[in-house]
Design a protein around this ligand. Sequence first.
Ligand code: FMN
Length: 365
Amino acid sequence: MAGRTSDWRSTRLAGLLGLRLPIVLGPFGGISSVPLAAAVSNAGGLGSFGLYGYDAGRISETTTRLRAATDRPFNLNLWLDHDEATSLRPSEAEFAEWLRPLVPYFTELGVPLPTRPDRFLPTFDEQFEAVLSARPDVASFVFGVPSADVLERCRTAGIRTVGSATTVDEAVALDAAGVDAIVATGFEAGGHRVSFLREAEESLTGLFALLPHIVDAVSVPVIAAGGIADGRGIAAALTLGADAALIGTAFLATHESVAPAVHKAAIHGGEAGHTVLTRVFSGRLARGIPNRMQRELDQVSADLAPFPVQNWLTGRFKPIAAEQGNGELMSMWAGQSAPRARSIPAADLISALEAETDAALGRWR
Ligand SMILES: Cc1cc2nc3c(=O)[nH]c(=O)nc-3n(C[C@H](O)[C@H](O)[C@H](O)COP(=O)(O)O)c2cc1C
């Protein structure tokens, strides 16, 4: 295995995307940060920015800021099935029913009750047109298989595409559709389970079991995600056949992250080692740090709104809870490796990850 420790950086995916390091920053819907994405790209990895909820104007403005901050490749991330979600039009009565379980939290935080909006999210088509115009080096998609038209238009525009799988079947479907790379998302990962062929509750395989299975089943490079927080995790992912490691929670704790202070504190707090999967904050299954709102609403989950209405409703008071430093009444997504996150500049984390991966792989030389 001579030379292996200097070779881990030069994977097929790193070559395809022009990366010095096969390390990808996880996108964070709602709390992605231009300085963080740019810092990761500038350090040789792939910075990502989550566009959840962004309209065309914000997508264009964000890309301009990213381009000013880095001349390296970066990735823009979209949630796929907005069409289905955006067609959800609750009646006034339905909206009031869905609001009711949350009224005590609006009251406690002193936030006025919201009225029914015209739409809960921008459409996928609006977002996708803006991404095409922005021409990032990479576009990643979650919650489904991008259509042939979407993939073809990305190819024509010179945009590499990445799909996300939580099961082998999902990875095979993405591979057949022709994406350039696939994220294998283990059960450990922070944030939403991006499952689309089976219920998220039935798609909970851990990364150690999922990753080699997906690597063997697809033709394109695989990016490992879920619970990776140091170089040992990167070395393990590469050893299991991954072409890159995608890291979320460990970057959420870095200086450039715009996660609210109370969220960052919780990543270093006593509950960080006890993350849970819950639907109560958004209507979709996601992993985060447990708190009072999650415990209370999990008792009445049948009364809660579906996605994206629940995400919109809790999103009305989340910024106020964050401002008040009230981590009991807001989602704080985090993965199972949260306790090992480091509160340091992103470039220092990348340097540490690189040195640790060298050391971990060097043990076997
Ligand atoms: C706060 C937060 C928000 C996230 N938002 C998104 C998102 O909008 N799109 C997406 O593809 N993944 C999203 N994720 C998942 C991450 O990009 C990444 O896959 C995951 O964090 C990897 O697992 P780890 O946290 O154990 O490193 C989010 C994760 C967190 C913690």
